[in-house]
Design a protein. Structure first.
Ligand code: ZN
Length: 278
């Protein structure tokens, strides 16, 4: 069996730019009428390329506006081969998500992806939620949504990243063997429609699947995993709470060590709960 893992966000979808930013607001009329069509077009390009290649099982995680049960991708438009991960309200429950995939999926592809907070020439750049989060580091690499996803599947070949051209920097820092498939590029003023990017995505994914043997998962080692998170101006950590893990919480910076990626990413959720704004 060839199982493919596909991880979607929405800020990096085709056809959504600064002028029509309301299309990414999950729940709004513009999102319903226009935005969902954009990310669904990208999803279909990925899925159809995978089916034509011979993938026979596709598991989708749609993580934009996690916490809200309503999917961004119009699931009824996808072929029945696509299944969604069973997580409450689409929450970032990475261990639960990883546990629902087979031990050795064929590969993982990220799409609809945006750049990290602070990246230049980027559409809707942020790190999970900015503000309050300015950066999240794992062993020296600034990770946001792409990193959280692919590190949770670090033992699975990372095949391709699709989205804003500026999102490619995070993806390539995690694995320089991936195929990058930009669908918009602010630096060049390149803003194609989803109809135009459909074949770009389809062709890119086809190539990435054929190249799967030359890609790898992400080497994480089995030593210490050091995480740190910094906050934007105006935000701070509640430091009066006793923490029950090994870590340091300062005014605007927290660091914590974990014996595995999985545990480190889970602790992130606990550290995040200590964030306050002035
Ligand atoms: Zn998003």
């Amino acid at each position: 069996m060839k199982q493919l893992i596909i991880i979607a966000d929405m800020e990096g979808a085709s056809g959504i730019f600064n002028e029509n930013s309301s299309w990414i607001w999950n729940g709004s009329d513009d999102w319903r009428e226009h935005g969902r069509e954009c990310i669904t077009s990208d999803a279909l390009a990925v899925v159809n390329a995978a089916i034509d290649f011979g993938v026979d099982d596709i598991l989708l995680y749609d993580g934009h506006f996690a916490g809200n049960p309503e999917f961004n991708i119009i699931l009824e438009k996808l072929p029945p081969i696509v299944r969604v991960f069973d997580v409450s309200n689409r929450c970032f429950d990475w261990r639960r998500i990883r546990g629902q995939a087979v031990t050795n999926p064929f590969g993982i592809i990220t799409f609809g992806q945006h750049a990290r907070f602070g990246e230049d020439n980027a559409y809707f750049a942020h790190t999970i939620q900015s503000p309050p989060i300015k950066s999240l580091f794992w062993n020296g690499i600034h990770i946001a949504e792409i990193g959280s996803a692919v590190l949770s599947f670090h033992d699975v070949p990372y095949l391709a990243n699709i989205g804003c051209a500026a999102s490619m920097r995070e993806a390539l820092e995690l694995s320089d063997k991936i195929l990058t498939i930009p669908v918009k590029e602010m630096a060049k003023g390149w803003e194609p429609s989803p109809q135009e990017t459909y074949s770009i995505i389809y062709d890119g994914v086809t190539k990435a699947l054929h190249n799967a043997n030359n890609t790898t998962g992400i080497f994480v080692g089995d030593e210490l995993h050091r995480f740190s998170m910094e906050l934007c101006d105006g935000c701070f950590f509640e430091t009066s709470t006793n923490i029950t893990w090994k870590g340091t919480i300062e005014n605007t910076k927290a660091t914590w060590d974990a014996p595995s990626i999985e545990i480190g990413l889970e602790l992130f959720n606990y550290v995040r709960r200590l964030i306050k704004s002035r």
